[in-house]
Ligand binder design. Structure first.
Ligand code: SAH
Ligand code: SF4
Ligand code: F3S
Length: 471
C-alpha cells in the first residue's frame, strides 16, 4: 500500500510553495496525501517563526502527537521550515518523538532523510549555516532552493501558482526574524523563472504570483545584462495561456517608476500592489530600521495613484512596537485614513529572540494596549474597505474564477450549479452563482452588492438579442 503523508502549513506564501514542492518530491517517492494526521505514516509541519503565536501553534500541535507513536512506532514526525531553522536541536529537546528537523534551505533532502530514518538511522537534523557562520558565499550555498518540481494537486487551485523569484532577505528590519531563518537575499536567473512559468502555463495554469520577501528588489545579472522585476514581467507577459501576473511583497523604497509603468502598460499584470508601510510614525520607522520616512511612503503612494489610478494598494502594520506612544499610533491611523488601502494586515508586535530590536529596545507596550490599537486600526481600515467597495456596485468586473465559495464548499452536494468565488484584477474577492465548468475561466461579472471584504455579483451572459427586421 502507498505510504500516507499528512502535511500542515502555516506562515506566508513562501511556505505554501515549499509545501507544494515537498509533496511533489514525496509523491515521486510513492506517497499519497491524506487529510488527517491519524491515518498518516508521515506527519510534517511546515512552520513559521515570524510571531510567537505561530510557533506556539506548532508546539501545541506537536504536543498532541506525544502518544501517536504508541500505536504506530514507525510513524515519522517532521518539523520543516523557518522554526526548524531557528530552533534546530531545541525541537528534539521539547518534543523527543520528532524524527526530522529540516530548514527551508534543505527541503529537497526530505525523501532521502525519511528513508534513512526508516532504516533506523535515528533523528535527522538538516539546517543552513547561521548568517554569521561563514563567508557570504558559503551561507548562500547552504540556502538552496529546488523550485522546478511542481505539483498542481497541492496548489490551492490548479489554475494559480506561486513562482519564487528571490529567496532570503537582506533588509534586516529590527523586529524581523526572516533574514536569519531564510538567509541572504538571492535573485534567481530570469531564464529559469521564465522556463518555470512556461511549464506552469503548459500545465493549464492561468495566474502566476511571483514571490519574494522584497519582490521588487529583484535584480539578476547574466551575460552582462541585468533584469529587474519590470523586465521579468515583460518577458512573462508573452507566455501564451497565462492571463494574470501578480507579485508580492513589495518594499516601499524599491517601488520604482519602471515597475509602475509595467503595471500600467502590461494588461496581464494585476493592478494590485502589496506594499507594507508598518507604521505612520517616523520615530517608529527609524526604530524599525525600515529605511524610509512616512513622507517617502506618501510620495510613493502619490506616484502609484498617478501612474496606475485604478490600482488597489494593501499594507501591513505592526502595532505596539517598542516605545510606540499614542501619538505615534495616531500617525499610523492618519496614514491609513489618507492612503485608502484596499485592506491592511495588522499585527501586534511580537518580540523575536535574536533580532536587533531585542538588543536595542524594551518590548514596553502592554498586551492590552497592543490589542486595543490592533482593533482600533482594523476598524478604521474596515470602514474604508467598505466605503471603497461601494462604487463597484453596478460595475462590470473581470473575474478569474478560483472555485466554489466557502459556503458552497461547506454544503457541496456535487451539483453543477453552485456559488463560485474569484478575484478582480485589483484583487477584490467576488462571489456569484455559476457552474462548475467555469472554474479557471476569466468571466465578466456585474456587481450588485458589496461589503468590506466581498463583492457580490452575477455573471454577464452574452446573449444574442431578437433579430430586428426593418421594413
Ligand atoms: N517581507 C515582507 C513581510 C514579511 S513578514 C515585508 O517586508 O513587508 C509579514 C509581516 O509580518 C510583516 O510585514 C510585518 O508586518 C509582520 N511582522 C514581521 N515581524 C513581526 C514581529 N516580530 N511582530 C509582529 N509582526 C511582525
Ligand atoms: Fe522582514 Fe524587513 Fe525583510 Fe520584510 S523586508 S522580510 S519585514 S527584514
Ligand atoms: Fe513565516 Fe518564514 Fe514566511 S518566518 S512569514 S514562513 S518566511
Amino acid at each position: 500500500m502507498a505510504k500516507q503523508l499528512y502535511i500542515e502549513t502555516v506562515g506566508c506564501q513562501m511556505n505554501m510553495l515549499d509545501s507544494e514542492l515537498v509533496v511533489a518530491s514525496l509523491r515521486k517517492a510513492g506517497y499519497v496525501v491524506v487529510d488527517t494526521p491519524a491515518k498518516a505514516d508521515t506527519i510534517l509541519f511546515n512552520t513559521c517563526s515570524v510571531r510567537q503565536h505561530a510557533e506556539d501553534k506548532i508546539y501545541s500541535a506537536l504536543g498532541r502527537l506525544k502518544h501517536a507513536k504508541k500505536y504506530n512506532p514507525n510513524k515519522i514526525i517532521g518539523v520543516l521550515g523557518c522554526m526548524a531553522q531557528k530552533d534546530q536541536k531545541l525541537i528534539f529537546e521539547r518534543a523527543p518523538y520528532v524524527d526530522l528537523v529540516v530548514g527551508p534551505g534543505q527541503l529537497h533532502q526530505i525523501p532521502e532523510l525519511i528513508e534513512k530514518i526508516g532504516q533506523g538511522a535515528g533523528q535527522q537534523l538538516e539546517v543552513s549555516l547561521d548568517r554569521k557562520a561563514g563567508s557570504r558565499e558559503e551561507i548562500e550555498q547552504s540556502f538552496e532552493s529546488y523550485d522546478p518540481l511542481r505539483d498542481p494537486q497541492m496548489r490551492p487551485t490548479p489554475f494559480q501558482a506561486f513562482v519564487r523569484i528571490m529567496i532570503g532577505c537582506d533588509k534586516f528590519c529590527t523586529y524581523c526574524i526572516v533574514p536569519s531563518v531564510r538567509g541572504p537575499e538571492q535573485s534567481r536567473p530570469a531564464a529559469q523563472i521564465v522556463a518555470e512559468a512556461r511549464q506552469l502555463a503548459d500545465e493549464g495554469c492561468r495566474e502566476i504570483t511571483l514571490l519574494g520577501q522584497t519582490v521588487n528588489s529583484y535584480r539578476h545579472t547574466a551575460a552582462g545584462h541585468t533584469s529587474r522585476l519590470s523586465d521579468l514581467l515583460a518577458q512573462l507577459h508573452d507566455i501564451e495561456g497565462l492571463a494574470r501576473l501578480k507579485f508580492v511583497t513589495n518594499y516601499p523604497k524599491d517601488m520604482t517608476d519602471d515597475l509602475l509603468a509595467a503595471v500600467r502598460d502590461l494588461p496581464k499584470v494585476s493592478t494590485y500592489l502589496h506594499v507594507p508601510a508598518q507604521s505612520g510614525s517616523n520615530r517608529i520607522l527609524q526604530r524599525m530600521k525600515r529605511g524610509y520616512t512616512v513622507e517617502d511612503y506618501r510620495e510613493m503612494m502619490a506616484r502609484i495613484r498617478e501612474t496606475v489610478p485604478d490600482s488597489s494598494v494593501t499594507s501591513d502594520f505592526i502595532v505596539g512596537f517598542c516605545g510606540e506612544t499614542d501619538e505615534d499610533f495616531d500617525q499610523t491611523v492618519e496614514l491609513v485614513r489618507e492612503s485608502r488601502f484596499k485592506n491592511s494586515f495588522i499585527f501586534k508586535y511580537s518580540e523575536r529572540p535574536g533580532t536587533k530590536s531585542v538588543q536595542l529596545h524594551a518590548d514596553d507596550v502592554s498586551e492590552e494596549v497592543k490589542r486595543r490599537r490592533n482593533n482600533d486600526l482594523l476598524a478604521v481600515q474596515n470602514a474604508i474597505s467598505e466605503e471603497d467597495n461601494q462604487p463597484f456596485i453596478g460595475r462590470r468586473v473581470e473575474v478569474l474564477v478560483e472555485g466554489p465559495s466557502k459556503a458552497a464548499q461547506r454544503h457541496d452536494d456535487g451539483s453543477e450549479q453552485l456559488q463560485l468565488v474569484g478575484r478582480t484584477p485589483c484583487d477584490r474577492i467576488v462571489v456569484f452563482d455559476g457552474n462548475r465548468r467555469q472554474v479557471g475561466q476569466l468571466l465578466d461579472v456585474t456587481v450588485y452588492d458589496a461589503n468590506a471584504f466581498t463583492l457580490f455579483g452575477s455573471i454577464v451572459t452574452a446573449h444574442v438579442g431578437p433579430e430586428v427586421y426593418t421594413l
